[in-house]
Design a protein around this ligand. Structure first.
Ligand code: GLY
Length: 342
């Protein structure tokens, strides 16, 4: 049972957001009415684009697509969309999925040369009898649907890739971008830190109370050609059940896939866990099966049907953005099992 203590913290002043402590030191944050949440600080701008849809009475599905397109088109964002860091052979390949309140879903994986994989994923959902298209087939479909073919490897990404190649011995490594992300800007990051963002996962509730989600990424930097992470896999990187809530993930996708992470979070909420407790249990499932996962980052973000939001990560440094009718730019730190010096 929740024991709400009213508003906490200056950042919440004047907001519809309520935070309080549940019995086991758990934080409950509640959004009212239409709302949208996203992973990482780039989620703030994405939420605002989604809010432009929700605030006019628009559908949650349209909101999350509009929001996900913001980091996809951001040339400074090297972990999502057109400026994403490439695989170890220099190919930018993108993964995305989308899911609506009816359980419809669409996905693309290892898609090259198309800047907005989230919109192609939506077309897969709406225009095909399938859920997932990959690689050359996904590209063929995107072109048939009128998406523009582009070279996505930006000059900055090329410089970073060439710097990585110098001493990486062509070896793919989870979170290897930790040592490389920001190298060209002098802003190296720690795992889960400010310079080691990856996926944007978004969840929205519209004025009708319907929930939709989107998830999009360029995946692990310098990955093997053809590697697919959790983000385009329904149940791993994203899951929505309109009766219960939605969940999404960020971080090293292999660990999320092994545990079907987002589906697990939603099912735990169905059994009565709060969003935070469900996200925490999913993280702890990963760590129990594989204790060495403490050295990489995975974060989950979830919302339930009541608009209660929670998150949990393996390592500190995760953040998530929240937006509702009262406040459109809130960013909160994700709680974590391990504290990592930044
Ligand atoms: N979570 C993004 C990835 O592993 O590709």
């Amino acid at each position: 049972m929740l024991n709400r203590r009213g508003l906490i913290g200056a950042s919440l002043a004047g907001s519809a957001l309520l935070s309080g402590k549940a019995s086991a030191g758990e934080t409950i944050t509640k959004l009212d009415g239409p709302c949208v949440i996203s992973t990482w600080d780039f989620g703030v701008a994405a939420n605002q684009a989604a809010w432009a849809v929700l605030s006019k009475g628009g559908r949650a599905l349209d909101a999350v697509e509009a929001g996900a397109r913001i980091p996809e088109q951001d040339l400074k964002n090297h972990s999502v969309g057109r400026a994403g860091y490439p695989d170890r052979d220099g190919h930018v390949s993108l993964d995305a999925c989308i899911m609506d309140e009816l359980g419809n879903c669409g996905s693309v994986a290892a898609l090259e040369h198309i800047a907005h994989p989230i919109s192609v994923a939506r077309r897969v959902m709406e225009k095909t009898p399938h859920v997932m298209l990959v690689g050359a087939g996904a590209l063929q479909f995107a072109i048939e649907q009128g998406f523009q073919y582009e070279e996505l490897l930006t000059p900055e990404s090329k410089v970073a890739w060439e710097a990585w190649k110098k001493d990486a011995k062509y070896a793919p490594k989870a979170n290897s971008e930790v040592g490389d992300y920001g190298k060209t800007t002098g802003q190296l990051g720690t795992p889960g830190g400010a310079n080691n963002h990856d996926t944007i996962g978004m969840l929205a509730i519209d004025a009708k109370g319907n929930i939709a989600g989107a998830c999009t990424t360029s995946g692990m930097a310098w990955k093997m050609r053809g590697r697919v992470g959790d983000s385009p896999i329904i149940g791993a990187g994203l899951y929505v059940d309109n009766e219960v809530g939605g969940a999404t993930s960020t971080g090293v996708g292999e660990e999320v896939i092994r545990n079907v992470g987002s589906f697990l979070v939603v099912e735990l909420m169905r059994q009565g866990r709060s969003p935070e407790a469900a996200c925490r249990e999913a993280v702890e499932r990963i760590l129990k099966k594989k204790p060495q996962a403490k050295d990489i980052q995975v974060g989950f973000l979830a919302v339930n049907k009541k608009g209660e939001v929670g998150a949990w990560a393996i390592q500190s440094g995760f953040s998530y953005a929240l937006c509702d009718g009262k406040k459109q730019d809130l960013l909160l730190p994700g709680k974590a099992t391990y504290q990592v010096a930044s």
